[in-house]
Write a protein that binds this ligand. Structure first.
Ligand code: NAD
Length: 354
């Protein structure tokens, strides 16, 4: 810690804090120091804070009352994000980073936006790929692809998170998921919703960039994949969009975003969440020529933290909160329609065989 580094307070000290944010902050010691860590589990709070020489607590208010905490990072489970972001804004902190999703309902998102505007505390959401230097370079060079792309394909094939968490650090505890029956319509609908709001949501803001008319959205088909995953086909305005994710034991992880037009295409290859291996690599193809951007040294997490520092110091323009609300509206609409599609399809099939 130095006089000039920004003090960070973290709410929730689970795997994302341990295996993603603390390793990122360790590379940014000239910018930040971790001042205090809060978790409802005292053993986790104490142990994780001990790794970085920070104070610890089990009480949100105690962390927010700490003057050394200038930036608040919300890494608790989804359902606590909205209330904790609002409390951090009300506490007059300099900036807030909320892990995705930043809310679970449209109403919560609008409440956050109103409080952020009123208190003038800037908020960013941890959709790290939107900050990734490879994606940003592609954006600056893709010309009219947003207008011309007709097909968007976004696919994730990864080993389970635990494999990456264990590469990155020794995670203290992790949730145990009981086995679920994907042939039960209600369970399947909940699995699809959980996957969209938990995993696919990472790059739905990227999909939305290519779907300007995102309110005209129709889920054409939706499936739960075995042993774990989702496949959703959408029509958004006049664009065809495929959103696919699967957990498997495949040796080579894949996380790609593609936008395809008649005469040009973009393919962006991202590193898996926990892998601190530099930026995405973006390839823009037009006719016979291919332009390649990246990999750059910094990944999306590092870029998001640097932007957060600039916001906290008043050296960058805050994001337009309506963009964050629109991103969430889009994700909720995809999740609602996709889960309803699965529920109806399974109920109908089972009714026909009864
Ligand atoms: N950006 C990314 O790449 C990325 C990756 C993984 C997870 N995430 C997000 O980060 C968040 C946390 O995920 P996680 O993987 O660490 O797992 P998690 O949700 O299982 O762990 C969260 C931690 O929060 C603690 N907790 C529970 N209730 C709390 C509360 N009310 N206040 C504070 N802490 C509380 C738990 O004890 C646990 O230690 C999730 O919202 C998830 O979507 C983001």
């Amino acid at each position: 810690m130095t006089e000039s580094t920004l003090g960070v307070g973290i709410l929730g000290a689970g795997p994302v804090t341990q295996a993603i944010h603390l390793p990122t902050l360790a590379r940014l010691r000239e910018v930040f120091h971790v001042a205090r860590i809060m978790d409802v589990d005292p053993a986790i709070a104490q142990s994780v804070a001990g790794r970085v020489g920070a104070a610890w607590t089990t009480d949100v208010d105690e962390l927010l009352a700490d003057d050394e905490v200038q930036i608040v990072v919300v890494c608790s489970p989804h359902q606590f994000h909205a209330e904790q972001v609002i409390a951090a804004c009300r506490a007059g902190k300099r900036a807030v980073l909320c892990e995705k999703p930043f809310a679970m309902t449209q109403t919560e998102a609008e409440q956050i936006a109103a409080v952020s505007t009123e208190t003038r505390v800037p908020i960013i959401v941890g959709a790290m790929h939107t900050f990734d230097p490879g994606w940003i370079a592609a954006k600056e060079n893709w010309g009219d692809l947003v207008e011309t792309a007709h097909t968007i394909r976004y696919t994730i094939v990864l080993p389970p998170n635990a494999r990456y968490e264990d590469f990155a650090t020794e995670v203290i505890t992790r949730p145990v998921w009981p086995p679920r029956d994907p042939t039960d319509p209600e369970v399947a609908a909940e699995m699809i919703r959980g996957n969209i709001m938990g995993l696919a949501i990472h790059d739905l803001p990227l999909v939305r960039v290519f779907c300007p008319d995102f309110t005209d959205l129709e889920v054409l088909s939706s499936q739960v994949l075995s042993p774990s995953g989702y496949l959703v086909n959408l029509r958004v305005g006049d664009r065809n969009v495929q959103v696919h994710g699967a957990h498997s034991s495949s040796w080579r992880p894949e996380w790609t975003f593609e936008a395809i037009a008649d005469d040009a295409s973009l393919r962006v290859d991202f590193a898996p969440s926990y892998v601190q291996a530099g930026s995405a690599i973006a390839q823009l193809r037009r006719g016979d020529s291919t332009e390649v951007y990246g990999p750059y040294r910094a990944n999306g997490y590092e870029a998001e933290w640097r932007y957060l520092a600039a916001l906290a110091r008043g050296a960058a323009e805050p994001l337009d909160v309506t963009v964050l609300i629109d991103d969430l509206t889009f994700a909720l609409d995809v999740a609602d329609q996709a889960s309803e599609y699965v529920r109806t399809a399974l109920t109908t099939t089972q009714g026909a065989h009864a």
